[in-house]
Write a protein that binds this ligand. Structure first.
Ligand code: SAH
Length: 240
């Protein structure tokens, strides 16, 4: 059967590999990302797999891509920028807040020894967990719940990354960082414009704070984030 001439042919796995390489060169390397661990991970993870079929042709665009529940998969450059800012050595213990599609968790999972990622929306958590399992990421533990409280069971962390923007850095997350650990998060009182900051824990109550970039993220909703309009996940529905 032939399709009408106006329909572009569906992208094959090989075409996605070509687009992925172009994305790394034009969006990541060209903008100054140099960490070889981050570049190798960005070259490896199939970003298209984390999108619904109908959105896969947007996978390597230089933009965030809408997923379900009014959330987005972050722009490739932002994923790389945040991963590089974590100063991972390889083999690290990492916490991500806001799993979303699961894509950034997979990038981190390529580098780290273990990744715990928390997602508040149950439907996204389920879909991301299924994708990560399908791709064989055994070192990524996906939890559904309010990540503003962190995940004390796997703490302390070498690195914590928050993929949604809050009014300030949650105290629970600061408390779950190792001494010497790094936390990267968008912070700001304005829900439409934030600054990406890196905190480094120098001692029990001693943190340095650096400005990395101006960014725009979806809101971090939860006990130590913005107040949430309604319960989002299974835990609230089940009363757990
Ligand atoms: N890293 C993701 C980007 C996700 S966008 C990716 O690669 O696709 C941010 C995500 O944070 C959304 O899915 C949103 O539901 C989630 N989120 C917001 N507040 C949260 C909270 N308190 N705990 C966990 N996840 C949260």
């Amino acid at each position: 059967m032939t399709s009408p001439a106006s329909d572009p042919p569906p992208l094959s796995g090989r075409s996605f590999a070509v687009l992925r390489e172009l994305m790394v060169e034009r969006q990541i390397v060209a903008r100054g990302i140099r960490d070889p661990l981050v570049l190798a991970a960005m070259r490896k993870v199939p970003r298209e797999v984390f999108l619904p079929e109908s959105k896969r042709d947007l996978a390597y665009e230089d933009a965030p891509v809408p997923i379900a529940a009014e959330q987005t998969m972050s722009q490739p450059y932002i994923v790389a920028l945040m991963a590089e800012a974590l100063l991972l050595q390889g083999g690290d213990n990492v916490l991500e807040v806001g799993a979303g599609s699961g894509y950034a968790a997979a990038v981190l999972g390529e580098i780290a020894g273990h990744v715990t990622t928390v997602e508040r929306i149950a439907a996204l958590a389920d879909a991301a967990a299924a994708k990560l399992a399908e791709l064989g990421y055994r070192n990524i533990d996906l939890q559904q719940g309010d990540g503003t409280r962190g995940w004390p069971q796997a703490a302390p962390y070498d690195a914590i990354v928050v993929a949604a923007a809050g009014p300030q850095v949650p105290e629970s997350l600061k408390a779950q960082l190792k001494i010497g650990g790094r936390l990267v998060m968008p912070v700001g009182a304005d829900q439409h414009a934030q600054e990406l900051v890196r905190l480094t824990r120098l001692g029990p109550a001693d943190f340095t704070r650096e400005h990395l970039d101006d960014v725009r993220f979806v809101p971090l909703l939860g006990a130590e984030g913005w107040p949430s309009p309604e319960p989002a996940g299974r835990s609230a529905r089940d009363g757990r």
